[in-house]
Design a protein around this ligand. Structure first.
Ligand code: COS
Length: 383
């Protein structure tokens, strides 16, 4: 087993790290305070080819695999988690989903502008009354002549108010629950589609989150993704593949908080010593570093399995679960080490602490991840 990155992977990490430190870190705090969407920074991600990571070059992508995407997302999150979120929602939920499940003409039409970063994508599954129970969604899609008519609303949609391309899940027969759900591509500007930004988030404040509304929104029949009533499996498989990336984002947040703690404990003097000289502090740092490394290895394993065409859903949930809980605990410990200084808005560690929380919530809560893992291990034990 080889745990080292190859030359290409190491170069990607270096490039994204240097970019993030130079271009993202300096104004991350201001964007967080203002809840300002990072338009300029997103364009720079596109110039670097990061918006096309993992997408085929013939569709305008940069190529590469899930492991490379995970490395890039980790380094972005280490400097500015909000930007990593804007990118991953567009890339791993919308663009990769369309690339994987849509028909050839849809792929040709929608993937290239997303891959080049000219368009932004959004993934519309969650509704006000359907979060963990994704099979219970009530946005409807009724077939009328040469189009479907969508009615309903979505909530907590990352990029919802800035997206050009929406991958939307709606039911054609609510009684069938998950077996009645279909997937559609809806373009920005379609009559009946609207969005309202949801302000006041605890963290990830420079990413945009919105409610998305469908009012007699007519979608051409051609925009059905895959087969009718097969959309739930599509949503689940997209989420399976994206969970290692949320894990990578959580690793980046944890690493960013640990970086700050390591710097601070060597500067801060108490009792005549840098506080990093004290064993109690050293043991905290050792625990933090161990958890970060373990999380990263879980992310790499899940990505590696997917990249090799092997089953990976259980490992994806394990990576997401462990890494997100690590992000929360490491950010909390890093803040603790900063004492009172960590408790104020002008400390970067405070931002990591707030940004970490949602990694335990979105793309399946920690409770949903445990449910997925438990189902897998119980099934394996029966075999
Ligand atoms: N891949 C492919 N198909 C899957 C699947 C997966 N990972 N998980 C479930 N399915 C299929 C099942 O095989 C089943 O198919 P059939 O109808 O053909 O039998 C169908 O989907 C329903 O599966 P299941 O009964 O397991 O669904 P549940 O309603 O019990 O839901 C959970 C399962 C809770 C795991 C699912 O709803 C979930 O992941 N919820 C969280 C949603 C989420 O992450 N939301 C965040 C949105 S983005 S921020």
């Amino acid at each position: 087993m080889d745990f080292t990155l190859n030359e290409e992977q190491a170069a990607l990490r270096r490039t994204v790290h240097e970019f993030a430190v130079r271009e993202l870190e300096p104004e991350a705090r201001d964007r967080d305070a203002a809840e300002a969407f990072p338009w300029d920074q997103f364009r720079k991600l596109a110039e670097l080819g990061l918006t096309g990571l993992g997408l085929p070059t013939e569709l305008g992508g940069s190529g590469g695999d899930l492991l490379q995407t995970s490395i890039a997302i980790e380094e972005l999150a280490r400097s500015d988690p909000s930007i990593s979120l804007v990118l991953l929602a567009s890339l791993s939920l919308a663009a990769a989903g369309i690339e994987r499940f849509a028909g050839e003409s849809q792929r040709q039409r929608y993937v290239p502008p997303l891959a080049r970063g000219e368009h932004i994508g959004a993934f519309c599954l969650t509704e006000p009354n359907s979060g963990s129970d994704a099979g219970s969604i009530s946005t409807t899609a009724m077939r009328h002549g040469d189009h479907y008519v969508l009615n309903g609303s979505k909530i907590f949609i990352t990029n919802g108010d800035v997206a050009d391309t929406f991958l939307v899940f709606a039911t054609q027969d609510r009684k069938k629950r998950s077996r009645g759900i279909s997937a559609f591509i809806v373009e920005k500007g379609t009559p009946g589609l609207s969005a309202t930004k949801q302000v006041g988030k605890m963290g990830m404040r420079a990413s945009s989150t919105a409610e998305v509304f469908f009012e007699d929104c007519q979608v051409p029949l051609d925009n059905l993704v895959g087969e009718e009533e097969k959309g739930f499996g599509v949503a689940m498989q997209i989420l399976d593949a994206s969970r290692p990336i949320i894990g990578a984002q959580a690793v980046g947040i944890a690493q960013g908080a640990l970086d700050l703690a390591l710097r601070y404990v060597q500067q801060r003097q108490q009792f005549g010593h840098p506080i990093g000289d004290f064993q109690g502090v050293q043991w905290m740092l050792a625990d933090m570093a161990t958890r970060v490394d373990a999380s990263r290895l879980l992310v790499y394993r899940a990505a590696n399995l997917k990249d090799n065409g092997l089953p990976f859903a259980k490992e994806a949930s394990m990576a997401k679960l462990f890494a997100s809980e690590t992000a929360m605990s490491v950010a909390s410990a890093a803040l603790q080490l900063h004492g009172g200084y960590g408790y104020f808005k002008d400390s970067a560690v405070e931002r990591f602490f707030r940004d970490a929380k949602v990694t335990e919530i979105y793309e399946g809560t920690s409770q949903v991840q445990r449910q997925v893992i438990a189902r897998h291990i119980l099934t394996e034990a029966r075999l």
